[in-house]
Design a protein around this ligand. Structure first.
Ligand SMILES: Nc1ncnc2c1ncn2[C@@H]1O[C@H](COP(=O)(O)OP(=O)(O)O)[C@@H](O)[C@H]1O
Ligand SMILES: [Mg+2]
Length: 190
């Protein structure tokens, strides 16, 4: 299996690139943000639990995220592998992911981290907020909080994969296609 962690701050382009990568490599897209937004839209209990965290740009508690990912992996039977987008966002989530994949006799092939300056992220997210309807894209205060949460809680995940020699960084500013080519070149070596 080919299992890729697509990593980066909010607005880095993970969702955009994931859509292209799943086509090219025939992978399943596992975006925890998309899954939670689906639960929210359907008004499930999980959606109701997650909403207060998401709306403020905070992380949903690890246990809720991990259980949801387990369900998704278990119910995706025909995939050649996964693009993990927006997950793992904490080190405990990364540890849990390793354990889950072990059960399927597979592992993370590598991480691709998209690096984008804060000012560019803010610009993109405010722009996305005009059409996304996402509460967490609507104002600068929430966006700043998300970038701070990323630095405090999520960046250590990059070290976790670096220690396993699975860390790769791509500059995430430029044309969507150029960035896609660069990510593909990295994945082709996994
Ligand atoms: N290379 C890029 N250059 C400019 N804007 C981009 C680029 N990649 C993505 N975007 C835009 O930035 C915003 C955030 O992208 P998205 O893929 O939703 O990021 P993430 O899933 O990492 O939060 C979107 O509005 C998207 O259209
Ligand atoms: Mg996204």
């Amino acid at each position: 299996m080919l299992n890729v962690v697509l990593f980066g701050p909010p607005g880095a382009g993970k969702g955009t690139q994931s859509e292209k990568l799943i086509e090219k490599y025939n992978l399943a897209h596992l975006s925890t943000g998309d899954l939670f937004r689906k639960h929210l839209g359907e008004g499930t209990d999980l959606g109701k639990l997650a909403q207060k965290y998401m709306d403020e740009g905070n992380l949903v508690p690890d246990s809720l995220v991990i259980d949801m990912v387990k369900d998704k992996i278990a119910s995706t039977t025909d995939a050649k592998g996964f693009i993990f987008d927006g997950f793992p966002r904490t080190v405990p989530q990364a540890v849990a992911l390793d354990d889950m994949l072990k059960e399927f006799d597979t592992t993370i092939s590598g991480m691709v981290a998209l690096e984008v300056p804060d000012e560019e992220l803010k610009k993109r997210l405010l722009d996305r907020g005009k059409t996304s309807g996402r509460a967490d894209d609507q104002n600068e205060e929430k966006i700043n909080n998300r970038i701070q949460v990323y630095k405090d809680e999520t960046l250590p995940v990059a070290n976790f994969y670096n220690e396993q020699n699975k860390f790769n960084q791509i500059h995430g500013v430029g044309s969507i296609n150029d960035i896609f080519q660069e990510i593909s070149a990295v994945i082709d070596k996994f």
